[in-house]
Structures are given as structure tokens and as C-alpha cells.
Write a protein that binds this ligand. Structure first.
Ligand code: F0G
Length: 458
């Protein structure tokens, strides 16, 4: 008999989590103004709000922390990280930042001006926020298949080259300083981008005279899917694939809180020394001196180790098979999700569940509230609340997809937890027709409103 699959690690430290009653959760949800970000973590049983900074570090990462060098300038930890980035990703220049959006802030300060256009594949909300904050525009060039949750496509994160070429030819190229390729594409469901697509986007950028930057938060998960799905890569290691991926980028921003399995951190990788010099000025203003940029020495050490572990096949297989396990349980129950199952999360297609609810009552947010009330499980809305208002018309933007995202922290939960999540969601799904009203907004911030929005149950 063939041995079943099991995790590529064992557990050395645990953290107690607590169940609650439905009455408690009703009260807490009300106090939180129906915004899941406002819940205290101790009010949550299984926390799937994000896979960002919520992973469990390894014994090797913790021991790397103990030998962190906290020198202000030129710390050995900085050089450890510099070497790890050079060896793994191939970038000669790098700037540490405190997290991914800080890397975006520094890079875009050096690259973007008002009126610029930044094409990409479903830009993440902080990326879009940093673009729009500078009065520039993010233009989505993701392939159409990504917007049909039932369509099976191995690389739903791909950019549509015709859409991209249209943007590049219809606007002055000096107004398009960069293309952002998000790997994997979070907003479309943790869907990967193929190496072929990366290569073609890079060639097109060079043809028209612009740059390609990867938003790399989940680059290793992207590489895993390339190994499994793209012809010619089955026998390559993840690290070899990663090296090739980044050869089609002029630079990168990284939220290390995802695939590098640390709780905090980020960086920018660059090939061009002039841009590095320019960005260094902003790094010093916003983040800190260029050899620590918002990170402690110990954190840079843990990150260097995390980059290595996070690009090991066995780890990635354990990780992605767990996400797949949950996805398959939901499919068994007939719950509609973004297909195929992505890397870091399951994206529940709320539009196809709460069909009674008009979009103005925010289906995905309502589903998130119901799941929390059912079992203390916290997901996050990736839908109309997150999509914000149009910066010019101030009208609500209703994206094609209304998702409740269940993001799985790395190395944290077991498959028993996945079973609890699946059954809780099934219970909500079974009573979906009784959910007749959603929520309305009572307060919202002018940009990135989802974090602080206050809602009322209708
Ligand atoms: N890019 C992508 C693709 C992301 O998913 C995130 C964060 C960022 C950039 C920003 O990085 O949080 O370190 O500043 N995503 C988190 C999430 C918050 O829940 O998906 P950060």
C-alpha cells in the first residue's frame, strides 16, 4: 500500500486557541461594527484573515534570530540577507523595508509621477493604493479567464498580452514607468503566472521601452505551480525556477511576511544602480538607513533563512496540499470557489452563494460575518468594500468577483482545522437562502476603506 501524504515537519511549540459561543460572537461582531479587522484575535478560533506575517518560524529561523547583528550600519545580518537575495533571486542591489507596502512606497516614490499609468495583473490593494495616492492609474490587464471562477486554466494570474500591448501603444511610454506582475496574483485567487507569460511580458516591456517589476509576496508558491503545471519544468528545482522567473524582471518588491515565512519584513530587489541610488534616498527618509531599512538585524537573519526554507519543494508541497485539502472538501460540499485552487487561500465565490443579496449589500462581507458567527472563523472580504470608490467619480467600484478569502497561515493549522472550516462553511451554505439582507456602510476612510470601515447589519 502506498503511504499517505504527511507534513514535512514536526511541531515543537504550540499556542492555545479558544472556542466561543454564538451569543459571544454575536456581541463581539456587533462591537466590531461588522468589520472582521476590528475583532480581537482572542475572539477568533481559526484565523484566516491573512497568510501575511502569521506563519510559524522554524527552529533554524529562531536560532538565526539569536545571532542577529544589531549594528546600525553594515550589520552582518544585512550581508546575510544581501547574499541570500543575490543567490536566490539574482539581484545585485537591494533595500530592506519594514514590509511589502513600504517597499512599494519607496520604489514608487522613485519611479512614479502624477498621471502615470501602471499596467499589471489585478494589482494588490496596497499597490493600487500607492499608485492612486500619487494620482497615477493602475490598469488591469489580467486574462479574462481569471474572472470566471469556474474556468479551469493553469495560469489564471497571466497578463493578457493584447490588453497590455494596447496600454503600451495607446499612451506615451514615458508615462508608463513600469509594469507590475504580481506572483502569485492575490486578487484573482492566488493564481500563478506562467514563466512563458513572464518572458513575453518582459520582451514586450523591452520592445516598448519600459520596466517590469514583480510584486513577489508569493513567488515561491508561483514557482511550485510552474514546476507542476508548465512544460519543461518538472525536473527543475524550485530554486532554479525562481532564478529563471526573476531573470524576466528589472526589479521586485517583496512582502517577506508571506513566502519568506517571517512575521515582519520586506525588501526591494534591483538591477539598476541608478535606480538603487534614487530609491535609497526615499528608503532613508521613510524606512531607515539602507543596511537595515525598518528591520532589526535578527529579523534580517530570520528572513535570509526563511527565503531558503520557503523555496524548498517539500515545504511548498506540504503548504499547498493543505490549501488543496480544504478546497477539495468545499468542492465536495458543492460550495463554489475560484478554480483551480490557488496557492495561499481558498476564494469563496460569494456572488454564487448569496444570490438573494444585491451587490450594494456586499455579499462577500456578509458571508464573512456569517462564517464568523457560525464557528469563530475569520476570513476576509476581497470584493466591493476592498475595491473602494473610483478616485475620480467617487462611485462604488463593484469588481467582477466578490470573494470571501480564507487565507491559510503557513505551518500553523492542521487538517483537522481545515475540516472544521469546511463544515462550518457548509452549515452557512446550507442555510444560504435564509440570509436575506447584507450590510450597509456607516463610516469609510477616503482610501483603503476596508481596514477601518464601520458597517450595520440590514
Ligand atoms: N503585494 C501582495 C500581492 C500582497 O498580497 C500584499 C499583502 C502586499 C503586496 C503588501 O505587503 O502587507 O507586507 O505591506 N497582502 C496581505 C494579504 C496583507 O492579506 O494578502 P505588506
Amino acid at each position: 500500500m502506498e503511504l499517505p501524504f504527511s507534513e514535512s515537519y514536526k511541531i515543537k511549540m504550540i499556542e492555545t486557541i479558544r472556542k466561543s459561543t454564538r451569543e459571544e460572537r454575536e456581541q463581539w461582531m456587533k462591537e466590531a461594527k461588522y468589520n472582521l479587522f476590528n475583532l480581537k484575535s482572542e475572539q477568533v478560533f481559526i484565523d484566516l484573515l491573512t497568510d501575511s506575517g502569521t506563519g510559524a518560524m522554524s527552529d533554524k529561523q529562531w536560532s538565526a534570530m539569536m545571532v542577529g547583528d544589531e549594528s546600525y550600519a553594515g550589520a552582518t545580518s544585512y550581508y546575510n540577507l544581501k547574499n541570500a537575495i543575490k543567490n536566490l533571486l539574482g539581484f545585485n542591489f537591494f533595500l530592506p523595508t519594514h514590509q511589502g507596502r513600504a517597499a512599494e512606497n519607496v520604489l514608487f516614490s522613485a519611479l512614479l509621477k502624477e498621471g502615470d499609468i501602471v499596467p499589471g495583473n489585478s494589482h494588490f490593494d496596497t499597490t493600487k493604493g500607492h499608485i492612486e495616492f500619487r494620482k497615477a492609474h493602475a490598469v488591469d490587464c489580467t486574462i479574462d479567464e481569471a474572472f470566471d471562477t469556474t474556468a479551469i486554466h493553469p495560469f489564471k494570474g497571466n497578463l493578457d498580452l493584447a490588453k497590455l500591448e494596447k496600454v503600451l501603444t495607446e499612451n506615451p511610454i514615458e508615462n508608463i514607468p513600469l509594469i507590475v506582475v504580481t506572483v502569485t496574483c492575490n486578487s484573482s485567487g492566488g493564481q500563478p503566472v506562467s514563466l512563458q507569460n513572464m518572458k513575453e511580458v518582459y520582451a514586450m516591456a523591452k520592445k516598448y521601452g519600459t520596466k517590469v517589476f514583480f510584486d513577489s509576496a508569493r513567488f515561491a508558491e508561483n514557482a511550485y505551480f510552474i514546476k507542476l503545471r508548465e512544460d519543461g519544468y518538472q525536473n527543475k528545482t524550485i530554486k532554479e525556477i525562481v532564478k529563471e522567473m526573476f531573470s524576466y524582471a528589472d526589479g521586485m518588491t517583496m512582502s517577506s511576511k508571506k513566502d519568506a515565512i517571517v512575521n515582519m519584513g520586506g525588501f526591494i530587489g534591483l538591477r539598476d544602480e541608478d535606480l538603487f541610488r534614487k530609491a535609497s534616498v526615499f528608503n532613508i527618509i521613510y524606512e531607515g538607513f539602507i543596511t537595515y531599512g525598518g528591520m532589526s538585524g535578527r529579523d534580517m537573519n530570520a528572513l535570509a533563512q526563511g527565503l531558503d526554507e520557503g523555496t524548498e519543494f517539500e515545504y511548498l508541497e506540504t503548504r499547498i496540499k493543505q490549501v488543496e485539502y480544504l478546497g477539495n472538501r468545499l468542492i465536495e460540499f458543492g460550495i463554489p470557489i475560484q478554480m483551480p485552487i490557488g496557492g495561499h487561500a481558498i476564494f469563496i465565490d460569494a456572488k454564487r452563494i448569496l444570490t438573494n443579496l444585491p451587490k450594494e449589500e456586499f455579499q462577500a462581507q456578509t458571508l464573512g460575518i456569517e462564517l464568523y458567527l457560525e464557528a469563530g472563523i475569520r476570513g476576509v472580504e476581497i470584493g466591493a468594500i476592498l475595491a473602494d470608490r473610483d478616485p475620480i467619480t467617487r462611485e462604488n467600484r463593484y469588481p467582477q468577483l466578490e470573494f470571501l478569502r480564507l487565507a491559510i497561515p503557513r505551518r500553523v493549522y492542521t487538517n483537522n482545522h481545515m475540516d472544521v472550516i469546511a463544515v462550518a462553511l457548509k452549515n452557512v451554505f446550507d442555510r444560504r437562502d435564509s440570509i436575506k439582507r447584507g450590510v450597509k456602510i456607516n463610516y469609510e476612510a477616503p482610501i483603503m476603506r476596508h481596514f477601518t470601515v464601520e458597517l450595520e447589519r440590514l
